[in-house]
Structure formats: structure tokens, C-alpha cells
Design a protein around this ligand. Structure first.
Ligand code: 5RP
Ligand code: FE2
Length: 216
């Protein structure tokens, strides 16, 4: 069964703790999107939020940095209590160094690729990755439509993992619901991020369970 990391980009910002408590027993991690208004048009969250969220849940915190030169925020995020830090290949000329910095800071390291970026382009750093996040929408906003063509990349990553014994988890983010998750799971996805499908509903925990149920 797939693991689910609800994205709090779609949660109730004023009652964030209550939103988190609703999914705490059905989810496997919390996905926190950090947006800088440069790499993506929106602005969202930051290390201060991670620090505030850390003590209110035991769930792992999966931090998706949509930030130019993400190296700047690795240490502040690790100090704030991040478990996994995901950096975009497109956001730095030094993706290898960024992943090394994340490990040095004591966190798991994720590499993220946009819909327009190939698996081939991150081949040289796959041996360093604890997670590969395949964007299934263009980053920056919740509530967009899943791009089915991205499933080929999941298959490619799954094949490479098998062939070379890599240890990364494959995560997807964007437009995930209890239908779109099916083909992605079949191709080898381990973790599904879901924002609007989970939180734009009066029963977020049931939504998380329905994603899991769809992959049983
Ligand atoms: O990184 C993201 C957008 O850039 C998000 O994680 C986003 O919250 C996904 O939302 P949805 O499940 O509604 O597509
Ligand atoms: Fe995300």
C-alpha cells in the first residue's frame, strides 16, 4: 500500500494544528511546501513554520523547497526539525553539493524534478538520494491537474533502482487523488503527496485512507 504525505498548502492556515490533528493517524508524513516567489510565483511557509509544527506532531516532516539556491535554507530547516529536505534539480547549479549538505545537516535528502526535467539529468546524483520527488504538476500551486505522462519517469526511476540497487523512495506531488494514484503506484511510487484532495473535504482522514485503499 502506498504511503501518503498530506500537503498543508491546502490546510486551514488559521487552524493549522487542528488540520494536522485530523490526518495524524491516517497519514505517514506531513509535506510542507516552501515557496520563495522566485523559483515559483507563490510564497509559502519557511523554517519558522517548520519549527512551530515540529512539536505538535510525531509525523515525519517532508520539506519541499521551491526556492532558488536552496543551499541557503538547509541548515535552518534541519535546525527547525525537518526529517527529509527535498531540493529541485532546476533550482541550483550544485545539486550534488546541496544533497551532501542535507546529509551533513543530519536529514534525509530528496531530489525533485519538474515535469520538464528528465530522469537522465539526475542520474549522477541518484546514488546520494534518499528520495526522488517526481512533480506531477508544474510547481507553485495546489489544485492542479495530474499530468499522466509523468508516470513514465516513475517507471524509469523504479527500473534504475532495481538495476543499480539504489535506495531512494519515489514520491509524487501534484494532482494526486484516489484515481490518479493508481497508475503511479503501479509504476513504483512509494509516497504520494496530496493537498487539495485531502484538505478540501470535511473528512481529511477519510481522503487519505481512500488514496491508500486505491492502491491495495
Ligand atoms: O508542491 C506542491 C505544489 O507545487 C504541493 O505539494 C501541492 O500542495 C500539491 O497540491 P495538490 O495535491 O492540490 O495538487
Ligand atoms: Fe509539494
Amino acid at each position: 500500500m502506498i504511503k501518503v504525505a498530506p500537503s498543508i498548502l491546502s490546510a486551514d492556515y488559521v487552524n493549522l494544528e487542528a488540520s494536522i490533528k485530523k490526518i495524524e493517524h491516517s497519514a505517514d508524513a506531513i509535506h510542507i511546501d516552501i515557496m520563495d516567489g522566485q523559483f515559483v510565483p507563490s510564497i509559502a511557509y519557511g523554517p519558522g513554520w517548520v519549527k512551530a509544527i515540529r512539536p505538535i506532531t510525531n509525523l515525519k516532516l517532508d520539506i519541499h523547497m521551491m526556492v532558488e539556491n536552496p543551499e541557503r535554507f538547509v541548515k535552518p530547516l534541519a535546525d527547525a526539525g525537518a526529517d527529509i529536505i527535498d531540493v529541485h534539480k532546476e533550482a541550483t547549479p550544485h545539486i550534488h553539493r546541496a544533497l551532501q549538505m542535507i546529509h551533513k545537516a543530519g536529514c534525509k535528502a530528496g531530489v525533485v524534478i519538474n515535469p520538464g526535467t528528465s530522469v537522465e539529468s539526475i542520474r549522477p546524483v541518484l546514488y546520494l538520494a534518499d528520495q526522488v520527488l517526481v512533480m506531477t504538476v508544474n510547481p507553485g500551486f495546489g489544485g492542479q491537474k495530474f499530468i499522466p505522462e509523468m508516470v513514465n519517469k516513475i517507471q524509469e526511476l523504479s527500473d534504475l533502482r532495481k538495476k543499480y540497487g539504489y535506495k531512494y523512495d519515489i514520491e509524487i506531488d501534484g494532482g494526486v487523488n484516489n484515481h490518479t494514484v493508481k497508475s503511479a503506484y503501479k509504476a513504483g511510487t512509494d509516497v504520494a503527496v496530496a493537498g487539495s484532495f485531502v484538505f478540501d473535504n470535511p473528512d481529511p482522514a477519510a481522503q487519505v485512507r481512500s488514496i491508500k485503499q486505491a492502491t491495495k
